[in-house]
Design a protein around this ligand. Sequence first.
Ligand code: GLV
Ligand code: MN
Ligand code: MN
Length: 419
Amino acid sequence: MQCTSTIADMITIDAARLSRSIQDFGRIGTLPNGGVCRLALTDAEKAGRDELVRRMQSLGLTVRIDSIGNIFGTRPGRDADAGTVMIGSHIDTVSTGGLYDGTLGVLAGLEVIAALDDARLETHRTITVAAFTNEEGARFQPDMLGSLVFVGGMALQDALNTTAGDGMQLGTELKRIGYAGSEEGPRDIAAYFELHIEQGPILEAENVQIGVVSGVQGISWHEITVHGRSAHAGTTPIALRSDAGLAACLIVQRAYEMSRAIGPDQLMTTGTMRLKPDLVNVVAEEAVFTVDLRNPSGDALKQADINLLHIAEAVAAETGTRVTCRTLARFDPVIFDKRLVDSVEKTAQSLGYSTRHLHSGAGHDAQMIARVAPAAMIFVPSAGGISHNIREFTSPDDLARGTTVLAQLVSGQAELMKE
Ligand code: GLV
Ligand code: MN
Ligand code: MN
């Protein structure tokens, strides 16, 4: 019998259990000064995967691992052919990560399952909690790699061949940690939801409880290598140098200026730079650095990409160096499914929570799943807007509010039934 009472009356999130779950999980890969380091496919991340699988199994979920290491835990529904409602995110982190980025979305999914079990509720559709491989892109590029492969946006073999900065190949690491699976993830996704911390300052600054995410901005990652000539720092006149360090600095500075000229929506970050031979008294013969460009406008982002390459070439000519550029990731902006986005807003408001529409600045697995299924995201506030940082924090009340919205949405889409 399809239930008639409101879903909100029937399913209750256990806020204390959710907080405990996140805190306990945060001990896996913990850093001495707080926060976590669970870079994709490292021993620490394997430990996180093992714990996640254990938790899924103890909730009675059927666990499947696919060939790129994505983990799917499915709760049965009354009709196995009616499609699944998927709750997903990731458990890998950057090397200076907090407890919430990604992990919240996965563990909130398990809390939704536990709350359904507590209330002895069945659903018409199955519900799947998914943890996608290498969302962060901090070890292997591109980011969102597991969900990208899952939706057919990258060939499996290309993904397995990806090499990290530490020289390790993704496929080798996946096998080493025992997560090179052979099963298929669910293909019939009726709806996909991802609860995530905002990772920015807007919700907190405006005192809003739930962010209704309309889409994700475009992302473009470049790796630029400048080839110069090493020389003695004390004896080589400036005019006679081919200084890779100088060229790198000029490219970065001009790229920041170029981004500012496009407008406030255009973001640019150089987050890594390595010099060779990396010595105080030697002119660098090589500089390798990254440029992360983002913009909600696909056209503006394309223009920024072109401008960056022109800047790099001009600086090389000026400094007597040579540059090569490699694209590490390139994703167009994504707009989420309007019907699901509206349902996020209505559900949050019906629970009495304040809402605001937001565009996501960070990349998310939801943007890949949106290629094959209706997808939407829920944001909760980040204290001080801080993320990718060990000080990342979201209050237990905010975690519970976001998870309550998630539970209502999932229950609605999976069609709740009283046993
Ligand atoms: C993923 O965390 C990103 O860089 O947006
Ligand atoms: Mn994330
Ligand atoms: Mn992240």
